[in-house]
Design a protein around this ligand. Sequence first.
Ligand code: LRH
Ligand code: MN
Ligand code: MN
Length: 424
Amino acid sequence: MQIDKYKIDEFNNSVLKEHKRRFDFAAEGVNGLDGILKKLVDFQIAIPSWALGTGGTRFGRFSGGGEPRTLEEKIEDVGLLHSLNKSGGAISLHIPWDIPKDAKAIKALAAQHGLRFDAVNSNTFQDQPDQKLSYKFGSLQHVDKATRKQAIDHNIDVIKHGVELGSDSITVWLSDGSCFPGQLNFRKAYQRTLESLQEIYAALPENWKMFVEYKAFEPNFYSMTVGDWGQSLLYAGKLGPKAYTLVDLGHHLPNANIEQIVALLLAEGKLGGFHFNDSKYGDDDLTVGSINPYQLFLIFNELVEGMDARGMQHATDLGWMIDASHNVKDPLEDLLQSIEAIKIAYAQALLVDSKALQAAQEASDVAKAQEILQQAYRTDVRALVAEARLQAGAALQPLQLYRQLKVRDNLIKERGQKTVATGL
Ligand code: LRH
Ligand code: MN
Ligand code: MN
């Protein structure tokens, strides 16, 4: 299924008058409005290939139907999202969940939908049916050299797939760690992991980046060998200039000050990118902005401040990806909501009066500083985000149009009610 441009135009015309009214109100008094709209248009978020089907927990999975059965259908789904909001112009693959058999054809198909390939992800947290050695006790940290080698080779293979697709980064997330005290020699696990990562790093093409993703717990519940941003930063620092830390918002211990982590990683030139999601308890992988939108705004505030201070391009100098799982909602609707939440937080951060905030900070005027931040956060920027979509040729209200066009019903008709996508 594809959404014709005239359907988008037709829909936009039907809501244009109301939009103009809202936009005029929202735009009044906004400094540098055109620049803000341009930044919103340019900002693209990569969609994870593993989140286009219904997710599940270890207790069950309840499919919604019409899930993509192949990589081609996943690309088609991301294409649908992108034509609705023109903000999801990239796809992030998890290998071997999604192996591009004919890379040329897959790349061409993605290009037809206006999509490029973002970071490729390796998987050494599961055993594959044809795999010789098990990752039950870790991969890059494993006590057995041959198992480490197998995991290293897999990562190098993933890089090769990425090269063929035109990707320029690999995200390495390791489930390595231990479940019980005494199971692991921390120092040796760290050393082995570092040496394994060094071998993968050595295989990176010139223009490539390696993102080292950390996570506090799960599936190991006593220790994780890349358990927090400090550990990730240690690895990235020792690896070299192409290695960066990747922040998945759900991978912290409760109440972690993620915005401060982001600010410091940026200041060190070691922030590589994001896996956006939201959580209340742990790695819940919920819709972005559904639980704690203020935190999301504060993170974007640090991003805008820190990237501007370093002269970085918002849209291109970091990797922006979603990493979520959709257990009870239609995955495509959920992703539309996540992208909207990201854009809203970004727009609000762009509205922060940074000069006034700096002055308040320098004067230690705490109340003023808080007022300035909350002034931006409490501004309803939805019409600005919608206007950016309109300018990009997308739908003013993507979710409404998705429903109006009965996209899911059509996908079910095309693919069937009982389809299962690979992924989480
Ligand atoms: C681990 C993680 C990591 C994986 C993905 C499937 O929790 O966030 O990014 O690659 O989930
Ligand atoms: Mn992640
Ligand atoms: Mn995760």
